[in-house]
Design a binder for this molecule. Structure first.
Ligand code: SAH
Ligand code: TRP
Length: 395
């Protein structure tokens, strides 16, 4: 099992905007039924935050990624750096574009099957990787809360600002559910997820109420603490290359206990024209999103990319079954990156890869999960078969 050594001590931050009567509340009515909770005099609801990615670490990691990416042939910039506050805002606009069907389709699948998901995996803890605004996740929170077992939500994202905002919104909307936000990189920090239990742990410490209810399910294991449902939505799995996907799924599977489950959202192969349109919308929002990575480098590494000097490209790669996003240098140009002490020369029409978005079949999803030690428990799609949700459990 994974050892737990948080890089930084968790801290709590107060949530503005909703203030119960500070003098009256006590722990007597704590709906979670947790034993031994120290009495709090300050009743401001708090979210707990783990930071595995400090500003310094983020900077070092960005610098290393960009040096590697700008000096490779062809050039290639790693996608997680799209998501600063502006990037997350632009992504949010993408999800509302007429051409961008995945969010609406996934929303439809969740609406149709959230109750069934909660029945199959009545989790005490819902973890969401790459959580962003966690909008669709409310469907899962609603369904899990209805089972009476849910006590904690753990959103996990690299973009701290969006993460904390979403965490606070959810804390306010779901009284009695605690929010434990994690700022981290899901390719590096999965071993530090809250609730990872040592192998010998019987789960008794996790809370009598939750353990009792989860343990009553006859499916897996006995005497466990609360189950964890890990949601990875939005087709973000497709933004990892095949080897990275394999490593990610294996890291997740390695720390699963019996009863834990993965809910994976993945976009499915379809008419390439629809795929390309989803990544090259007529309003140019995806183009702005793609170019935003250059603003991130300008701001954080002192580069002087001229955003007008790069055009957005989205192409379907049938062989690899992915959409590839690139930035094309519209002219010959030189770009300085001060923090890297580097000058990058671009030829006219040179294309730099920025992102892939892989598209799957139901079988290819099952095969990749199986290779990581996970087996499909359920698979659902929207009525048009555009997008799939897969519920997977340790094999
Ligand atoms: N789950 C949301 C958002 C998807 S966008 C939805 O379905 O709409 C992808 C999200 O993953 C962004 O919020 C981004 O910040 C986050 N992300 C991307 N790479 C990441 C990484 N390596 N580690 C953690 N979060 C990451
Ligand atoms: N996970 C999303 C997807 O692959 C992310 C995304 C949507 C994206 N549009 C994009 C990433 C454009 C880069 C560029 O569908």
């Amino acid at each position: 099992m994974t050892s737990r050594t948080p890089a930084t001590a968790p801290e709590t931050i107060p949530v503005p905007g909703r203030q119960p009567h500070p003098a009256t509340a006590t722990n007597g009515s704590d709906p979670s039924g947790r034993p031994d909770k120290p009495a709090r005099t300050d009743q401001t609801p708090q979210i707990t935050v783990d930071r595995h990615l400090t500003a310094a670490e983020r900077h070092a990691s960005l610098a290393a990624d960009m040096r590697a990416g700008l000096t490779s042939h062809p050039r290639e910039l790693p996608p997680k750096w799209f998501y600063d506050a502006t990037g997350s805002l632009l992504f949010d606009r993408i999800t509302r574009l007429p051409e961008y069907y995945p969010t609406r389709r996934e929303h439809a699948v969740l609406t149709a099957h959230a109750a069934e998901i909660a029945a199959v995996c009545p989790a005490g803890t819902l973890i969401e990787l790459g959580s962003g605004t966690s909008e669709k996740t409310r469907l899962l929170l609603d369904a899990l809360r209805a089972t009476g077992v849910l006590r904690r939500f753990v959103p996990f994202d690299v973009d701290e600002e969006t993460l904390l905002q979403a965490g606070q919104d959810i804390l306010r909307a779901y009284p009695g559910i605690s929010v434990h936000a994690v700022v981290g990189d899901f390719e590096r920090h999965l071993g530090l997820l809250p609730g990872a239990r040592p192998a010998a742990d019987t789960g008794a410490a996790a809370g009598a109420g939750a353990a009792g209810a989860a343990g009553a399910d006859g499916g897996h294991g006995e005497g466990r603490g609360d189950r964890r449902l890990v949601a990875f939505l939005g087709g973000t799995i497709g933004n990892l290359r095949p080897a990275a996907r394999g490593a990610f799924l294996r890291a997740l599977s390695d720390q699963f206990a019996d009863g834990d489950a993965l809910l994976l959202g993945a976009d499915l192969v379809k008419d390439p024209r629809r795929l390309v349109a989803a990544y090259d919308d007529s309003a140019g929002v995806t183009a702005a999103f793609n170019r935003n990575v250059l603003s991130v480098i300008n701001r954080e590494l002192g580069a002087d990319f001229d955003l007008r000097g790069f055009a957005h490209v989205a192409a379907w790669d049938a062989e690899n079954s992915w959409i590839e996003m690139r930035l094309r240098s519209v002219r010959e140009q030189e770009v300085g990156v001060r923090a890297l002490d580097l000058v990058a020369r671009f030829d006219a029409d040179e294309q730099m890869r920025t992102e892939i978005s892989a598209k799957f079949t139901l079988d290819s999803i099952a095969a990749e999960l199986a290779a990581a030690g996970l087996s499909v428990s359920h698979q659902w799609t929207d009525p048009d078969g555009d997008f799939a949700l897969t519920l997977a459990v340790p094999s």
